[in-house]
Design a protein around this ligand. Structure first.
Ligand SMILES: Cc1cc2nc3c(=O)[nH]c(=O)nc-3n(C[C@H](O)[C@H](O)[C@H](O)COP(=O)(O)OP(=O)(O)OC[C@H]3O[C@@H](n4cnc5c(N)ncnc54)[C@H](O)[C@@H]3O)c2cc1C
Length: 403
């Protein structure tokens, strides 16, 4: 009789990474994704070298190179375009792997394609997890269409609105919004500063993020991702509309915030105006949980630890979760493996969630904006370089990608 499979609820970045890693170790699994078909959803996302190292182990580096950009440099500016801090990224910072700036849908597509090829019929669509029960050495997963599947474990990789999280923690406080709205879009645009530079400008209350995420359709252009963030709401209240990655944004809402930014090499307003379709999304997370695991059931990725998208950690931490869990499942009995996984990954990701609430590495722009709201002539009059370095390096250390 073949071993019972590990059931993975959710075929997003984390669920697919786990499925591929288990398959590599010869552990049977079933990935059940609720979407009836896979579309290239989302806009830009960054994936850090330690997570890329795990995808390289799956043989995915050439596929990532075909659709993403190896990020060379990250520059922090104030809202007037003056430079605050510059740091090399990925290979350029001495890591053995690159950082990728990539379209989330294309990253998902790379994982999906590999999973479809390797897992075959064990990758299933149209299966929305609704419940589960545990008995003896088995878990029974239940789906909206009446399908029931038995497995050795159930992993909730079902994103920020996780059904499994809700089942394990019915008292959980739900989504927390910090009052910041994000508008996100991407469009082909003339390459700036080498075509592989990421920009973060402004401060936590009003911020601009720019980075190329792929080759453009014409020579000299890049598919350029932009994000505009603005404090528009009361952090004590829930967002006005349910957070949804696919909600269209409106030009009249975003333009007043765009006008505040100057970037030397790029006309930000023209970039935003030219983008035919973009999205709004509230910056939200959820409180860290006291536990993820109950017997043969656990959580992974955004289901376990949704975080603010600062510091490029959402996808990266989901991939690191997958690595730890796959390694543990290959090395020890299921329940022990789940407990081992949680003992390592829960405290690590808790720290990232809480640090991101304080601005993560982007605090370098916050601090300067607080001290010099009208700009500066000489940065050294505002902040010492050692203080900037301490913020940036402290974050890298905490999130596990320091060198
Ligand atoms: C449509 C979409 C667009 C996104 N766009 C961006 C973006 O532009 N930039 C960014 O930084 N982050 C984006 N994210 C979030 C980002 O992918 C995650 O923060 C990160 O990669 C962690 O991955 P995850 O696998 O834990 O969660 P996700 O990538 O969110 O994946 C969760 C998966 O579970 C599926 N699912 C949900 N409920 C169920 C259920 N009950 N049963 C079965 N399956 C279920 C979802 O359809 C999804 O495929 C997006 C997420 C989604 C779902």
């Amino acid at each position: 009789m073949s071993a019972a499979p590990i059931l993975i609820g959710g075929g997003g970045i984390g669920g697919l990474a786990l499925g591929l890693m288990l398959h590599q170790r010869g552990i049977p699994c079933i990935v059940a994704e609720s979407a009836p078909e896979v579309k290239q959803l989302g806009v830009g996302i960054n994936t850090l070298p330690h997570a890329i190292a795990e995808l390289e182990q799956l043989g995915l580096l050439p596929a990532l190179d075909a659709v993403g950009i190896r990020t060379r440099e990250l520059r922090y500016l104030d809202r007037f375009g003056s430079r605050i801090w510059t740091e090399a990224r990925g290979l350029h910072a001495g890591h053995s792997m690159p950082q990728f700036s990539i379209h989330r849908g294309r990253l998902h597509g790379v994982l999906w394609h590999a999973a479809a090829e390797r897992l075959g019929s064990a990758l299933r669509t149209g299966l929305r997890l609704t419940g589960h029960s545990q008995q003896g050495d088995r878990v029974l997963a239940e789906f909206a269409d009446g399908t029931r599947i038995e497995g050795a474990a159930l992993i909730g990789a079902d994103g920020i609105h996780s059904v499994l999280r809700q089942a394990l923690h019915p008292e959980d406080g739900g989504i927390r919004w910090n009052g910041i709205q994000m508008w996100r879009g991407a469009i082909d645009w003339p390459a700036y500063e080498g075509g592989d530079t990421m920009i973060v400008a402004g401060d936590m209350k009003e911020k601009l993020v720019l980075y190329p995420i792929g080759e453009g359709g014409t020579p000299g252009t890049r598919l350029t991702n932009w994000v505009v963030c603005a404090q528009i709401g009361d952090p004590a209240k829930p967002p006005r509309r349910r957070e949804d990655w696919s909600r269209p944004g409106r030009l009249e809402d975003v333009l007043p915030h765009v006008h505040r930014f100057r970037v030397p090499w790029l006309d930000v307003e023209a970039l935003v105006r030219a983008t035919p379709e973009f999205w709004e999304y509230p910056m939200c997370d959820r409180d860290p949980l006291p536990f993820w695991t109950q017997g043969r059931v656990t959580l992974l990725g955004d289901a376990a630890h949704p975080m603010y998208p600062v510091g490029s950690n959402g996808a990266s931490q989901a991939i690191l979760d997958a690595r730890k869990l796959a390694d543990a499942l290959a090395a020890m009995p299921v329940q022990q493996a789940l407990a081992e996984y949680e003992s390592v990954r829960l405290p690590a990701t808790r720290e990232v969630v809480l640090t991101n609430r304080r601005g993560g590495p982007e605090r370098v722009v916050d601090v300067v904006s607080e001290r010099a709201p009208d700009g500066f002539e000489r940065l050294e009059d505002v902040i010492a370089v050692e203080e900037l370095a301490a913020i940036a390096r402290g974050y890298a250390q905490m999130a596990g990608f320091a060198r």
